[in-house]
Ligand binder design. Structure first.
Ligand SMILES: Nc1ncnc2c1ncn2[C@@H]1O[C@H](COP(=O)(O)OP(=O)(O)OP(=O)(O)O)[C@@H](O)[C@H]1O
Ligand SMILES: [Mg+2]
Length: 272
């Protein structure tokens, strides 16, 4: 059983902390369509938490609520022990929540480095006025931002393409650049919407390794949506299963794998 405050030890011996993010009775409606219906779950500090389920189940909508892109119709989002008021996505980002998108959202004409630098925007304090008044301060900030981005670029092994325009990169590398941009924000929690979609086996293996390394090296909490069950069961600590806007399962990979509702709705049927 999970301890509500003390966390738990994973199968591979990692210490997971207390609750970092908690979704309480979330319902999301688009007009007459109920995309999410009364779902509650939590994400623990240091955890790799997966959200799975068939197409249209409401997974991306859930991630969009966590990142502030959508506001729930009913329900509460708790973060770091406090109820979060309705917020703009950039305000949520400033609180340490970074994300990647199901459809890659990068500036195709800009270089890899410049794209990664946009991940630092939420941290920039010196505005244009400050840049004129305190040239030195803005310059120091710029240097620091650049150092963090270079570190992330090294970490994700994309040094050789740092000056390449993103539009010229193959799909798998674009996905990695998007991860780099999210990491440049030095998030407490990283939200990944299908980080391996469209990748070949080797690219998936690389991405899995990077996700595990990010969690291990920086202690970043990760919530990810993924359709590849091999990957999900391999890298996640706990899994939420959604179907038609409802939560039909929640637990360790083994618990979820053996849950008859989950098998009937998702695992037992062919999907991409
Ligand atoms: N902005 C929106 N306006 C209206 N309906 C929406 C909007 N976003 C999502 N939906 C609907 O909400 C439901 C859930 O969609 P969502 O994108 O969250 O599913 P998903 O589980 O991420 O699916 P997939 O695996 O295909 O990415 C779908 O019926 C979708 O059409
Ligand atoms: Mg989706």
């Amino acid at each position: 059983m999970l301890d509500q405050t003390e966390g738990y030890i994973t199968a591979d011996g990692r210490q997971i902390g207390g609750t970092l993010m908690e979704m309480k009775n979330i319902t999301l409606k688009f007009g007459g369509l109920v995309a999410i219906q009364d779902i509650s779950f939590d994400i623990r500090e240091g955890e790799i938490r997966a959200i799975i389920g068939p197409n249209g189940a409401g997974k991306s909508s859930m991630l969009n609520i966590i990142s502030g892109f959508y506001t729930p119709t009913i329900g509460e989002v708790w973060y770091k022990g406090a109820k979060r008021p309705p917020m703009k996505p950039y305000e949520v980002a400033r609180m340490g929540v970074a994300r990647t998108f199901q459809n890659i959202a990068l500036f195709e004409g800009m270089t890899v480095l410049d794209n990664v630098m946009t991940g630092r925007l939420t941290h920039m304090k010196a505005g244009i006025g400050a840049q004129a008044l305190w040239w030195g301060k803005a310059q120091r900030e710029e240097i620091e931002n650049r150092e963090i981005c270079e570190k992330v670029i090294d970490f994700l092994e994309i040094q050789n393409i740092r000056k390449t325009p993103v539009g010229r990169l193959p799909y798998g590398l674009k996905k990695r650049v998007e991860l780099a941009r999210a990491l440049a924000a030095e998030p407490s929690i990283l939200l990944l919407d299908e980080p391996m979609a469209g990748m070949n086996v080797e690219e998936k293996e690389d991405m899995s390794r990077f996700i595990l390394d990010v969690n291990d090296e920086f202690g970043t909490t990760i919530a990810l949506i993924e359709h590849d069950m091999g990957v999900v069961m391999d890298i996640s600590d706990r899994v939420v299963v959604m179907d038609y806007g409802k939560k039909i399962g929640d637990g360790t990979p083994d618990e979820v794998r053996n849950n008859q509702d989950v098998i009937d709705a998702y695992l037992g049927v062919a999907h991409d």
